[in-house]
Design a binder for this molecule. Sequence first.
Ligand code: ADP
Ligand code: ZN
Length: 516
Amino acid sequence: MTDHSPALLPTLKNYFGFDSFRGQQGSIIESLLKGEDCLVIMPTGGGKSICYQLPALLMEQTTLVISPLIALMKDQVDGLRANGIAAAFFNSSQSQAEQRLLLENAGTPELKLLYVAPESLSALSTVLDETHISCIAIDEAHCISSWGHDFRPSYQQLGFLKKSLPGIPIIALTATADKATRQDIVEQLNIPGAAQFLSSFDRKNIALEVRPGHNRISQIIQFIEQRPGQSGIMYCLSRKSTEKLAEKLQQRGISAQAYHAGLDFVQRTKIQENFIRDKTQVICATIAFGMGIDKSNVRWVVHYNMPKNIEGYYQEIGRSGRDGLEAHALLFHSYSDIIQLRKFTEGATNKELQLAKLERMKQFAEATDCRRKILLGYFGELLSDNCGNCDVCKNPPEIIDGTVMAQKILSAIARVKESEAMGTVIDVLRGAQNAAVLDKNYQNLKTYGIGKDISWHDWQHYVVQLINQGYCEIAFHQHNALKLTDFSKKVLFENWTVQFTHPSFVKEKMEVAQEK
Ligand code: ADP
Ligand code: ZN
């Protein structure tokens, strides 16, 4: 990838100080310079910014950067200016004179990058044309999709950009988007032909671990005391628990501070700075903490509570080990958290979707397969070998040959035309006689009743494992229907073997988790 773009290397070196491109950066930049629309999916810390910042320097007019995080724009712009790059942000807090100057500079070498929140775009209408703008970068592009985990209504208007400026290339970037969300992003932005760049999501250096959530506090204290001086972030659901936890840790002599959106701006900035400068070892935070924090030596992330979904979880643990050195992600799994999280979805416009994503998170926590396989599978990436760096790999459960059961499940999914959720698929396998089955004449299918001998719950255990291993997937936007994947075919037609854990393994684990 590096040899793709030697002509770009001097610019990379002069302005950013790097000797080579990382991952697909070079190809992405070349594609953009050719005028192609691009969709870039790269994990947090992967190096997305350079993908539009470097081409901005080589293009004649101004690159517009749309970003939802006004608070971070200033940092980004300061960083760019320190590297001698003409960058600025535009927002409503600026004086009219300041804004006018920015508009005058648009399209000139005085302004290579202009950052703006989607809400402020309309104020730029006079410069939104090809004489002023050479490229549009849309950061955190998953915010446009209600299938993503961080939908923002202000992003929905962005579809007009391609319509009114068809000649200007758009680069959409995000760290978290499952398949359906990716599709939705390119559709809504009107860039269906965008070149897609999917980087590997694998962060091998982060050890993954899930533990039952009883006696969390003493487990955490032990965890931290085993890692003297190592920076870490502890994510909690509520503001109150961040404070309670920070206090408990302080009592043990651990340097810890709470961080949440209820603190004022000055306090928050101070806490962040202390953490970045290694003056505070541990931050107990709500998910308000971490976005855009560029601290490379965070050695661990603990989820005191379950996150709402896998996207959020992956993004949060991704804040550790950005320097590539060993890091540890520990998730506590408890049923009371799940109940609490279910309550949070009440009244949400996309409640069904949120519940389905939460269910997926729960399945991850209960999983008996290599956790990295599950995570990567969730983002559409198949890991052929177990990772060796998660708790399941290190302490593997007993394995049984699941090939025949997998074939039965997958052919049942195929026979119901990939239109049914897990419950009905299992009903078909078990030959159930309920309305969901009989109304659609599923009793006439070849697979009907071929799995009578196995209990409903055991089937459920196997189907979840198939999903976890990437052999089928849940279409959240189609009533959670089970869909086949490219890997299903390998099981159905190429005799791939599938391994399952015995259902009793999970039961034992759950019993441990529930006793308090
Ligand atoms: P993202 O936006 O994907 O989270 P950033 O663009 O903030 O990631 O980059 C993450 C870190 O990687 C930054 O510290 C950046 O300076 C560094 N980085 C980016 N590209 C390169 C590269 N080609 N070589 C070395 N470091 C890089
Ligand atoms: Zn593993």
